[in-house]
Design a protein around this ligand. Structure first.
Ligand code: CAA
Length: 258
């Protein structure tokens, strides 16, 4: 399954793979590629055979940022008319877990894309950064927001003000990564983690994701109320009955996502 121009997709063992695929320009994200990524994510989200989505890059790196060629001559009005960054909000509506696997560069818009993932693994050669300031601009697809929420104001400002690249170790230290692994086993380790999640009851995973994302943006009280409703809601699922019955009968649960 792959009728895309700038990405490759496939489904295997309950995992939906999306690989950025413009290696000659280090997977620079043009508008066509972003549209395809969004389309692939939404398609996987609707596909019952997919439990977890994995995002990675072909060639030397994850991606070196937005396509500078494509935007160099743009005016502010062009950007407003294209409204392209609003489209990125669609990633926040994806119900299934998205795991990013970063090797080599994840810069600018590509780092923003990585920060949209729910979990993020990187190989030890990975380099992150927001070089927009060096181009006379700044991140526009959530970079100042998501990085600040994860790493805190002080480090976010240093990285954003200088445009410097930083290592996977530093990214790990500031809460951006789940794991750093050797480059040769990046996909293997990503798949291992994804499969662990894919075995769980899909409705629990869906409501956990919703609840964690809600917690980022609301007061503790509001987030706890939201969590409580989701907890109750799971008691109307077959998987809750099956999971608890299986425990009582000392057998393995057979979850169906219903
Ligand atoms: N856009 C378009 N083309 C890019 C690109 C990008 N972001 N990054 C790399 N390329 C192209 C290069 O132009 C080059 O093409 P040619 O072979 O035709 O010359 C090819 O990819 C290979 O790149 P390099 O020869 O530069 O490779 P390198 O190993 O010497 O350097 C690099 C790698 C340090 C990542 C360097 O390519 C670089 O600095 N790229 C730009 C990084 C950047 O500024 N990203 C932010 C973009 S702005 C953004 O993302 C804003 C936003 O939020 C929307």
């Amino acid at each position: 399954m792959n009728n895309y121009e700038y990405i490759e997709t496939n489904v295997e063992n309950s995992l939906g793979f999306i690989a950025l695929n413009r290696p000659k320009v280090l997977n620079a994200l043009n508008r066509g590629m972003v549209a395809e990524i969004l389309d692939a994510m939404e398609t996987f989200d609707r596909n019952d055979d997919v439990k977890v989505i994995i995002l990675s890059g072909r060639g030397r790196c994850f991606a070196a940022g937005a396509d500078i060629d494509e935007m160099a001559d743009a005016t502010a009005i062009d950007l407003e008319r294209l409204n392209q960054f609003t489209d990125w909000d669609r990633i926040a509506w994806i119900k299934k877990p998205i795991i990013g696997a970063v090797h080599g560069f994840a810069l600018g818009g590509a780092f923003e894309l990585a920060l949209c993932c729910d979990l993020l693994l990187a190989s030890n050669d990975a380099e992150f950064g927001f070089p927009e300031v060096l181009l006379g601009v700044m991140p526009g697809a959530g970079g100042t927001v998501r990085l600040t929420k994860l790493a805190g104001k002080t480090k976010a400002m240093e990285w954003l003000f200088t445009g410097m690249r930083f290592s996977a170790n530093e990214a790990m230290q500031y809460g951006i990564l789940n794991r750093i692994v050797a480059k040769e086993v990046l996909m293997e380790e990503t798949i291992r983690l994804a499969q662990q999640i894919a075995l769980q009851p899909p409705l629990s995973i869906r409501f956990i994701k919703e609840s964690v994302l809600k917690a980022i943006d609301s007061s503790i009280y509001e987030a706890m109320q939201f969590e409580r409703k989701n907890f109750s809601l799971l008691f109307s699922s077959k998987d809750q009955k099956e999971g608890m019955q299986a425990f009582l009968e000392k057998r393995k649960a057979n979850f169906t996502g219903r």
